[in-house]
Design a binder for this molecule. Sequence first.
Ligand code: UTP
Length: 416
Amino acid sequence: MDDNIQEIKSILKKYNQEHLIKHYETLDENHKKQLIQQIKNIDFSLIDNLYKNTKKEEKNNQDEITPIEYLDKYKLNDEYKYYENIGKKAIKEGKLAAVTMAGGQGTRLGHDGPKGTYDIGLDSHKSLFELLCDSLKEEGKKYGVTIPWFIMTSKENNKATVEFFEKHKYFGYQKDKNIFFFIQGELPMIDTEGKILLNEEGLIKLAADGHGGIYESLVKNGMTEKMRQMGIEWAFIGGVDNCLVKMVDPVLMGLAIDKKVTVACKSIVKANPHEKVGVFCKRNGKPNVIEYSEITDEMAEQVDEQGELLYGESHILCNLFSIDAVERMGAAPLPYHVAYKKAKYLDENGKIVEPDSPNAYKFEAFLFDAFGKVDEMVVLRVKREEEFAPVKNADSAGVDCPRTARELYKKYYNLD
Ligand code: UTP
């Protein structure tokens, strides 16, 4: 251990992070070991660069942004059936898996527990996880298959998530047969001086690396390998917080297969030109998503000959990937974006500090940053009222909250 400590000290000195072992001697043996292992796992030059990037303007205004083509699911006319049949055949052959990203912190909702365990207040009191599972079961029945379900958790919420599933008997799914959990990656949080934070236990303060971590996590945890062994060729990747998400969509799948693309995404049209959502576009000729903060008012209002917004297709985290595409996207790291957050930490005097305003940087990769790795993708416009009921905020916010999601869900399923 002494050799270890000397080696660790010199690494920390090099990167100006010596405070990380200031309280080393006060830790018990188990925590000492964990801290050393954590420090060894940190890519300090990455953290250094990420800190430097917090001082730079993130946007690259040199990018050439152009509209992307899309199809409207309900204007496919005769082709609808054609694509649907192709997709149905592939689903019946067991080629589709559903992947749910449930590693987020759900800070805006403020629920004490994993977001997927949240009860949106239906008479059934079903959790988001159960609502998603219900829809998978219903779709599976149509095609005579059980759609395998892969769930990404974080280190922070994995235990609580698995316990919740156990308590609810996996909603009828079978663990390790058709339901699989895997844990996403993490990165250290740093303060405004670039110092890595310690948590209350004196260990490195880590935070999930964003939904863009999905590709790498699927690959590193052996999930894509498992999918291949199971004969799965396509993975629908969606969030846990959209209670109307349609993970099994034969039209989307048929389109991807027929058009020989490896990524097919669903969009909904913006509620108004200035709605604060990311929209599909081409960036330097490659598929991408442009954030509302990056788009000028003029671009946001531009329309085509039919009067449709040129940048009107909102990205709703409903995307289908071939397993090859997931592996390609997971092979190289995505850029990290910075978020300024409140984070409880242990200060240099060994005191726990609980700030009431943001004090720390958290680094997150965004799933859509990988879209540029393919040349072409299908963007399919679907109906908002059929596929999008997000639970992002607490009811007090009045939008994208449990109340609005519940109303949309009830309306869609004709409840009460
Ligand atoms: P959001 O970006 O809306 O974040 O996630 P969130 O964690 O749910 O909520 P806030 O921002 O803290 O309030 C969209 C989807 O991506 C997942 C979430 O669980 C959600 O399904 N996600 C997000 C992850 O799986 N991991 C992450 O690191 C971030």
